[in-house]
Design a protein around this ligand. Structure first.
Ligand code: ADP
Ligand code: MG
Length: 595
């Protein structure tokens, strides 16, 4: 059995299935041992004298009954034990998925997706395999071994002794090999994780690979990883094959020993001078030898199984350890204080933030207040901390207490979900799911009415594009939205965020890939439809934010200035520079158009 705090409850939950399976297994074991006895009796029946037809029909009827019981027993154990193991795997997978959603973002910064995927696939399958086949082997092998040993000793204990010694050696050999197999299994798993990561990244980044004509280089890199993966697999397979072949060889040797010694005993029994060993005269008929061989053949599977169980168990143990480590990862416990009736006032007080595992702070000493209902722009160079500043309102990373406030309440003291309900964000990376446009826009709301989806699309200036698509709102976006242009993806993300109708809306660089005219419409929509609600727009063009109430100018993780656009022209050198550059850009564009 595989024990652990995350798995024990499933044994109890599916105990009835395991019990049905175990009863089925025991019935099969008991009845299948009748077959060698029937074989032996048949052989002894044909001893040159007249055949007793009554005994013959009794044997034939017996075999038919045994076959029927074996059929019923096998159906019972296969259905019930595999059902229990599959249900346990499904339960664990659900628990793991729920856990994956509760883990903080910083966890995924440290852990590769391939590794997490391997826990969800290979490791869970290994655990399921052991719970299914492992349980079967354990009970089947255990019960069958005891039963066969008793029957063999009853038949002839001297011949049994000859057989038991090598059989015990097989089990010891299996236990020794298991140690090496577990190590090889782990190496195989690590190589698989690397291959998975590499393949996933290659498929996701296929556009970049093609654009930079890096196919050949990536192919060579992939070949190296594939070779290592193949070597690890081969090494594991080689060890398993050697182990199996050695066992098969030993089994053939034991069969030869039984035939040799047993034949010798039968011969002397038939001529009426039974062999005497340890003051015991060995009386064995030809049928008795056939029965003994039958018992021995029945013993082979439990012996092989005992060897396999040990290695299967150690693999499953290693997998359960990885799964348990994942399930035991520390979660951020959300406070119970719910943020309610949010008006939309945002305050930062001496807010300094450093990303996990980084040394230099991404934001230093930010102090500013955005009043409820204001529309505020955020500008600054790339890497100046714009996204970090706005994302800090979403509680994605742990922050210092008493530094970020919504409506005067410290968000670190508030329930995370309630904070996220108050702040809706269209992130800089407009990630789309491979489902319909409707599904992507209405993602945040269960059973979102079509009317609301269409209003959100209107807000993001996306309706025109959608009516041009053959499937309209039911157009499937393709994996990560590959079938849409950059600007369309951004606008789907804007619509998705707007649909939440949150008191605070953040658009992080969401109009950088849309044309000026569309941007103008979206800005007009913000002015009319977000009236009275707080909207924060991170922008790379000053023109985007020049009509907003206030603008935050970020510079190297600090707030250089926070004022109205006209005031910024006086107090912020970065803003002045951005305005001059923008004017220059416009002039060049106009000149080009005039040509
Ligand atoms: P902006 O949005 O202004 O371009 P960001 O807020 O994305 O800038 O980044 C600010 C700084 O924080 C940069 O130096 C960047 O390298 C760093 N940074 C951003 N995201 C992360 C992260 N997830 N982990 C570590 N550092 C990060
Ligand atoms: Mg950014």
């Amino acid at each position: 059995m595989l024990l652990g705090k995350h798995i024990n409850k499933y044994y109890l939950k599916y105990l009835w299935l395991y019990l049905i399976g175990i009863v089925g297994l025991i019935a099969v074991d008991w009845f299948q041992l009748l077959i060698p006895e029937y074989l032996g009796r048949i052989v002894d029946l044909f001893n040159g004298s007249e055949i007793d037809t009554a005994v013959l029909s009794e044997i034939v009827t017996g075999v038919v009954v045994v076959a029927f019981v074996l059929f019923l027993g096998r159906v019972a154990w296969r259905f019930s034990i595999f059902a229990a193991s599959q249900k346990t795997e499904a339960g664990l997978r659900k628990t793991m998925f729920a856990k994956s959603e509760r883990l903080p973002l910083s966890y995924y910064g440290k852990t590769k997706v391939g590794t997490v995927m391997a826990w969800f696939t290979t490791d869970l399958e290994t655990i399921e395999e052991y719970l299914g086949w492992g349980t079967i082997m354990l009970f089947d092998a255990g019960f069958l071994t005891v039963l066969v040993i008793i029957k063999m000793i009853n038949l002839d204990w001297v011949l049994s002794l000859v057989v038991f010694v090598p059989l015990v050696l097989i089990v010891i050999w299996g236990a020794l090999v298991e140690k090496f197999q577990a190590k090889k299994w782990n190496e195989r798993q690590e190589e698989f994780d690397k291959l998975y990561d590499y393949s996933r990244e290659s498929f996701t980044g296929i556009r970049v690979i093609k654009a930079f004509i890096c196919e050949t280089r990536r192919l060579h890199e992939c070949a190296k990883i594939v070779r290592k993966n193949k070597d690890a697999n081969l090494s594991y397979a080689r060890m398993t094959v050697v182990f199996d072949c050695i066992i098969s060889f030993i089994i053939a040797l034991i069969t030869a020993i039984i035939l040799g010694i047993g034949g010798y005993f039968v011969y002397y029994t038939v001529i009426g001078e039974p062999v005497v060993l340890f003051s015991h005269s060995v009386n064995m008929s030809a049928g008795g030898l056939i029965t003994f061989l039958g018992y021995f053949e029945t013993m082979i599977w439990p012996m092989m199984a005992l060897g396999q169980i040990v290695s299967m168990r150690s693999r499953a143990k290693a997998s359960l350890k990885r799964v348990s480590r994942f399930l035991d990862c520390e979660e951020v416990i959300s406070p119970t204080n719910v943020l309610k009736d949010v008006k939309g006032k945002v305050e930062f007080k001496n807010f300094t933030f450093t990303y996990p595992d980084c040394e230099t702070p991404a934001l230093s000493d930010i102090t500013l207040t955005i009043d409820a209902g204001q529309t505020v722009g955020v500008v600054g160079k790339v890497g100046s901390g714009k996204s970090t500043l706005v994302n800090s309102l979403l509680k994605l990373y742990p922050t210092n207490s008493d530094s970020v406030f919504i409506d005067g309440t410290d968000i670190t003291a508030c329930d995370t979900d309630s904070v996220r309900r108050a702040v809706s964000c269209a992130p800089q990376d407009s990630f789309l799911f491979s489902e319909t446009l409707s599904g992507n826009i209405g993602f945040a709301r269960d059973d979102c009415p079509q009317e609301a989806i269409e209003q959100a699309a209107d807000f993001a200036c996306l309706s025109g594009d959608i009516s041009g698509f053959e499937g309209g709102y039911e157009t499937v976006c393709g994996e990560r939205g590959v079938t849409l242009s950059g600007g369309q993806k951004q606008r789907v993300a804007i619509a998705r965020a707007y649909l939440c109708n949150a008191p605070i809306l953040i658009l992080d660089d969401s109009v950088s890939a849309v044309d000026i005219k569309t941007e103008e419409t979206i800005l007009a929509n913000i002015a009319s439809k977000r009236k009275g609600k707080t909207t924060i727009v991170v922008a790379s063009r000053v023109s985007t934010v020049s009509r907003f109430d206030k603008i935050i100018v970020m510079n190297d993780g600090k707030v250089e200035a926070f004022a109205s656009p006209s005031e910024l022209m006086i107090v912020s050198p970065t803003y002045q520079k951005m305005v001059r550059l923008q004017a220059l850009e416009n002039e060049i564009k106009e000149a080009n158009n005039a040509r």
